[in-house]
Write a protein that binds this ligand. Structure first.
Ligand code: NAD
Length: 373
């Protein structure tokens, strides 16, 4: 089997789908590995670091030529898809609703694409769950951003002139990113509250030493994700949560609903009532953001409240993000490459069947098919 790792295309993307430390594991699968020259440079992996098990190639066309499996972080360009031979297996984040033309090209060129955002969120799939590995890093970074943008300190500190009370941090949306933001803010000494519409997370929030804000609204949806709230539920949440938002120094928001725009958890009126100098770190910017004032990718000041809405946070931690992603991919490859080094797509396997986006000229994932066709 020939495996190719091209350089990422998206501007600002610093991650790469493989790292030298994981190459020995890839080699153990009995594969030939081609890496495009410069693919790791943004991650601070110089070409010399790949070692003798990797052949370095110039440009995407030479890298992809003859490949049986392609490993990427972000989706390929349409030109790259057209350069692949039919039946090539591609691993990548795709987000079909944001990239319909790429999905059509994958379908039309008969590429077998496993979209990493579709990996089921089951216990067995944990080692392949790239959404989780990347979201955990984003949550950690979100707490650090909150700390550095605040003109206050997070922990209680005692000085000769007296003590400073710990800052209050509220984390809204306590999934993978939110729980990591809570853990990080706690380690930095803040008083932390967590809130989510999935009541199952209460215990997890409390186990991290934070208080759970109970709004009485429960909105567990399909596949362990949240569902959208009704207008009545939104009003009920607002009634409880407003005073918590307005008592906080830092609010970190992470709320998401798969395939839908980010729910708006904080409106202009609530922002206007926030403490002077408070900071909102909106980690849901990719889906449009969790506040009505969020500008994805930008930093805005509303009165004396700062709202930061960074995009592609895992790329800021490219070294560890790439390493974890590469390990997620290796574990997935272990499902589809036999000990004899042959490709074996077992459609009875729920992870293989659940993650496939396109195969043999069809869009196999139903929600993506509806979004694209
Ligand atoms: P996500 O990124 O889709 O959403 C982030 C959080 O926002 C979620 O906790 C969600 O409940 C919350 N949210 C949505 N709407 C909200 C609203 N209006 N107000 C407040 N919060 C809101 O979620 P995720 O972090 O990817 O996790 C999704 C699910 O997958 C969770 O149940 C998680 O525990 C589960 N999961 C399971 C495994 C496993 O078992 N292997 C691994 C990872 C994740």
């Amino acid at each position: 089997i020939k495996i190719a790792i091209p350089k990422e295309n998206a501007s600002g993307e610093k991650r790469v789908a493989m790292v030298p430390a994981v190459v020995p594991k890839l080699k153990k699968l009995g594969v030939d590995i081609k890496v495009q020259k410069g693919a790791g440079v943004a991650t601070r992996i110089p070409d010399e670091a790949w070692g003798e098990d990797v052949s370095l190639t110039s440009g995407p066309a030479k890298t992809l030529s003859g490949a049986d499996i392609v490993l990427r972080v972000g989706p390929p360009s349409i030109k790259e898809v057209e350069d692949l031979k039919p039946g090539t297996v591609l691993f990548s984040f795709v987000y079909a609703n944001r990239n319909p033309d790429v999905v059509k090209a994958l379908r039309d060129n008969k590429i077998t694409c496993f979209a990493m955002e579709l990996v089921p969120r089951t216990t067995r799939a944990q080692a392949m769950d790239a959404l989780s590995s990347q979201a955990a890093l984003a949550g950690y970074h979100g707490a650090l951003l909150g700390a550095t943008h605040l003109a206050r300190i997070l922990p209680m500190m005692t000085f000769a002139v007296g003590s400073i009370r710990p800052a209050k941090v509220l984390v809204m949306g306590a999934g993978v990113a939110g729980l990591q933001a809570i853990a990080t803010a706690r380690r930095l000494g803040a008083m932390v509250e967590g809130y989510d519409v999935r009541s199952a997370v209460k215990e997890q929030v409390e186990s991290l030493g934070a208080k759970f804000v109970d709004t009485g609204v429960k909105a567990e949806g399909e596949g362990g994700y949240a569902r959208e709230l009704t207008d009545d539920e939104k009003a009920q949440v607002r009634e409880v949560i407003t005073k918590h938002i307005q008592a906080s120094d830092v609010v970190i928001t992470t709320a998401a609903i798969p395939g839908r725009p980010s729910p708006k958890l904080i409106d202009d009126e609530q922002i206007a009532g926030m403490k002077s100098g408070a900071v909102i770190i909106d980690l849901a910017a990719e889906g449009g953001g969790n506040t009505t004032a969020t500008k994805p990718g930008e930093s805005v000041e509303v009165g004396s409240v700062l709202i930061e809405a960074p995009l592609n946070i895992p790329s800021r931690l490219a070294e560890h993000a790439s390493e974890l992603y590469a390990k997620n991919l290796i574990n997935f490859l272990g499902l589809i490459v036999t000990e004899e080094g042959e490709l074996n797509l077992n459609w009875e396997d729920d992870i293989v069947a659940g993650s496939v986006l396109t195969h043999e000229g069809e869009i196999k994932h139903e929600a993506s098919r509806q979004a694209v066709e």
